[in-house]
Structure formats: C-alpha cells, structure tokens
Design a protein around this ligand. Sequence first.
Ligand SMILES: [Ca+2]
Ligand SMILES: [Ca+2]
Length: 318
Amino acid sequence: MMKKTCVLTVLIMLGLLSILSAQSEEKKKYANPFGEKINQQAKKIYKNSQNSWEADLGNGIVLVYIPPGDFEMGSNENKDEQPPHTVYLDGYWMGKTPVTVAQYKKFTSDTEDHFIPEWVSKYIPGDNHPAVWVSWEDAAAYCAWLSEKTGLHFKLPTEAQWEKASRGTDSRKYPWGNFQPSGKTVNAADKQLSLKEKAGWADKDTDDGYAYTAPVGSYPDGASPYGVLDMSGNVWDWCRDWFENEYYINSPKKNPTGPKRGRYHVVRGGSWNFDTKHLRCSSRFGIRPSTCNYDLGFRLCLEELPQRHEDTKVHKGS
Ligand SMILES: [Ca+2]
Ligand SMILES: [Ca+2]
C-alpha cells in the first residue's frame, strides 16, 4: 500500500513538472519585446501574415502592433486633408477589427448601461458583427471599463494612429493599395444594399455579399500593410480627436492628438451605407459625440510601448 502511494506521488510530481516546463516553453515561444502588462494579459503574442506583432487578449480581442516612425498623413484630394505632411508616431497597438457585438455586450451587461436598442439588430444580425449605435461617449466608456478590467490603458485611436494603421508608410490610397475598391476588399454600399433599400448612391456593379454590416474580418484581401482589418468600410470608426477642417495646416509633427476643443469628433473609413469616396485612408469626417448610428462603431487602441528600443530591433528580424 505504502509503495503504491509513493509511486502515485512520484507520478503526480512528474506530471506537475511537465506542465510547468510546457508553460515555460510556451512563454519562450512567444518571447517578444513588449511590456510586462501586455505580456501578462495576452493569451499569446505572435507575428501575423504581414510580419506584424499581434496580441490575442482572448474573447476575440486581437491587437496589431504599429511600430514607431514617420508616415505621410493627409492628401491633396480634399481641402480638409491638405497639406499632405510627415507625422511621427510612437509605437502603439491597434484593434485588428472593430469591437464586436459580443465584446460590447459584456460591457453593457456588466454596467447595466449603454445598451444597443433591439431594432438595430437588423443591421448587426450576429455577435461577431461590429457593435453599432455606440456614441463617442459610449465608446470612451467602453475603453475605460476594459482598462479597469485588464489594467491596460485602452483609448480610442487618435486620427493619426487610425490613418497610419490603415495606410502604412507608402502613402497608399486604400488599406489594400491603390487599386479601386471591390467586393473582395471592402463592405460598402453595393448591389446587396440596393436590393434591400432605396440607396441611389450604392454601386450596383459591386457585390460584397452584405447589405448591412459584415462579420468583422470578412475581407482579408482588404487588410492594411500591418494586417489590420475593416479599416475601410463595414462601420465608421470613432477617433479620439476633435474634428477641425484646417487642422493639418498647423498640426504637431509628432504624436498629434487633435484640436483642444470642438463640436465634432473625427470618424474614419466610411461604411456599408456609404459610397467609395470615404473609403480612402486619408478621408476625414466629423460627427457630434452624442450621435448614435447603425453604421458607426469603434476600435481599441493601446499605447503600450516596448520595454527597450534595443529589444524591438533584435526581435524585428526574428
Ligand atoms: Ca455591402
Ligand atoms: Ca471601418
């Protein structure tokens, strides 16, 4: 009997040891240059197909790392996008997709507030669709709530962070490049919408498969240079900044955060209910912060920096 107990104890000890060593192997596998907080919170951190770091926080929340450096912001296409100018941004993490209905529901049930009205489900028929009917205040409250839950400091992206995550550093017109939008790259106002609604602005020659919102991440061919999805189309994304037409004339060249005050907050990227002109990466628009709409959602941003610059360099090539 005594012998059996001993054998059993040894077996249990061996089992525990193998679990512990597997865990440390797992940690090694995902060795990365990022801060302790995000490493603790992330289920895993890995390189995506565009060779960008991606952090999976669970519950479908995936962030893509946008490395520090310059990019060209703005364009000559519209007055409010002029002049095109070089902007430097520190590194940051951008939500790979808009916040989903499932993720947002955890917040509404926890806070017993900020509910999406039932009738809006026509536009968001599943939990993996983007949350809509979310005001700027609701979106900011979600970020504060998630920050409290995770200990990570989530915010809405600035307009500059949004644009860099969308177009990268080569001044491209759309997240996927310079060729015109198609039914494979983006959910915009297309044939499907014109079949359901009187939408004269819809492009009847394009079929992206969805009249209203599409499940997030449905258009991998429309990914940005970093692998961020749904930047153009699907839903508009709220940004942190106030909107001002002439902001770029005197905006800071490093980490701009928008005008000090305003009446409208920036929204970016167009949606299922808009034609292709707002799908350009540099296209800008402003909406009152209390506005809710069935094609307006948001995505997360996290300004969690790498621990040391040297670490980033080492791991970039790995
Ligand atoms: Ca569509
Ligand atoms: Ca979008």
